[in-house]
Ligand binder design. Structure first.
Ligand SMILES: Cc1ncc(COP(=O)(O)O)c(C=O)c1O
Length: 396
């Protein structure tokens, strides 16, 4: 079957696509229709945190599918209840009310609406370089002009401050500021961890002004950075946290988590979504959280992340084309001096799936279960394709 031809024929062309038709996966490996094997450092843009075909998660999904596949949140459900209990057992005390959606953008939309409703104020300060999704509200908080311009006018009341500059945030605030939203590690922009003093200063500033602090952990949460929550690197607890991507163990599930005193200002009808909190997604999410917490996967992410980063640093020593290596845990980036598109395609041909962040940066979001020898394979392939790129550009 020619999946590429059929999809290209039927799907609207809004995705940047790679020429690979994936049909199955195991751990950090993906296979295409011809049986070719790939090390998957894209992992569905960070969704497959436990890799592909995790038996523990699959068991929970199979069991739930047999019992009940759908249950609107206007009815109660045991799988949803168990998931919520498990999720809140892992959040800090006080952050214990949850809204469930299906995507990261939905989690952000909810945070945006809750911030307005709970504070009675209208404005939100977001960051230069931020990515929060592409639905209208989330897009209004997303920085990149390329995504925004064709869809103007967006939701009013959003101001952008310089990521890392408290003065800039202070300038962007007014008496009508409801919230500040920030990714503790900016992903889409190219994997930039926020400076410690910035995040700590934001907490103080928000407390001073009665402004809510929202951490968008859709990409950097769930053990990826070497801590269960990325904000643990900063010792700063937000008022609202958004989660998505791997939360449902590969099925659509997102969460907006907030303080009880905020949640008490919300009423039935304020915000709902038909498929949010689907029982199969919740069963899968509960198994995913059990797996992460039971095995302390954040420690593995930190250990393997350190190793992966050191191997990328070696590439930087060997290749002038590499400008910088960045990242925390298994959220890593290799910034080149040139456009990365050909490097990505050449790596794909050699069996490694990479991601980009902007034109010049290769982003790596591998499953947290990736093995050391698979990391070595990725580095080997990168070494080859960077060598080719340098030769072709007359740099060696
Ligand atoms: C930090 C962050 N927030 C929100 C989103 C939007 O998530 P989704 O694509 O599931 O809507 C993303 C997606 O990459 C993200 O990285």
């Amino acid at each position: 079957m020619d999946a590429m031809k059929i999809e290209d024929g039927f799907m609207v062309p809004t995705y940047q696509r790679y020429p690979i038709d994936a049909v199955r996966g195991r751990g950090a490996l993906l296979y295409d229709q011809s049986g070719k094997e790939y090390v998957d450092c894209m992992a569905g843009y960070g969704v497959a945190i436990l890799g592909h075909h995790n038996e523990y998660v699959l068991g929970a999904i199979r069991e739930q599918i047999e019992r009940l596949m759908t249950c609107h949140s206007s009815l109660y459900n045991d799988a949803r209840a168990e998931f919520l209990e498990r999720l809140v057992s892992l959040t800090p005390k006080g952050l214990d009310k949850v809204y469930l959606g299906n995507s990261g953008a939905e989690a952000v939309e909810a945070a945006f609406k809750f911030a307005r409703k709970c504070t009675g104020r209208k404005e939100v300060v977001s960051m230069v370089g931020a990515y929060h999704g592409k639905t209208m509200g989330a897009l209004s908080l997303t920085w990149n002009e390329k995504y925004r311009r064709p869809f103007m006018p967006l939701v009013p009341g959003v101001k952008f401050a310089k990521f890392g500059s408290l003065d800039s945030v202070r300038d962007a605030m007014s008496g009508d500021t409801a919230a500040v939203i920030v990714e503790p590690v900016q992903g889409e922009r190219g994997v930039y961890p926020a400076p410690k003093e910035f995040i700590r200063g934001l907490r103080e500033l928000c407390d001073e002004r009665g402004v809510l602090l929202i951490f968008d952990e859709v990409q950097c949460g769930l053990a990826r950075t070497g801590r269960l929550w990325a904000w643990e690197h900063y010792g700063v607890v937000p008022d609202v946290m958004t989660l998505g991507k791997g939360l449902g163990g590969g099925l659509p599930l997102s969460a907006t988590i907030l303080r009880e005193d905020l949640a008490s200002k919300l009423k039935p009808g304020d915000h709902t979504v038909t498929l949010g909190g689907n029982p199969v997604s919740c069963a899968s999410g509960k198994a995913t959280l059990d797996y992460i917490a039971g095995r302390r996967l954040w420690e593995r992410a930190e250990r393997l992340g350190r190793y992966f980063k050191s191997r990328l640093e070696e590439l930087k020593e060997r290749h002038r084309i590499v400008r910088e290596v960045r990242g925390l845990g298994l959220m890593l980036a290799l910034e080149l001096r040139f456009d990365v598109r050909r490097v990505l395609l050449n790596a794909l041909e050699r069996g490694v799936i990479l991601l980009y962040s902007g034109r010049n940066t290769i982003r790596l979001l591998p499953p947290l279960v990736i093995e050391r020898r698979q990391i070595d394979r990725v580095v080997e392939v990168l070494d080859e394709v960077l060598k080719f790129e340098e030769r072709d550009r007359g740099l060696v």
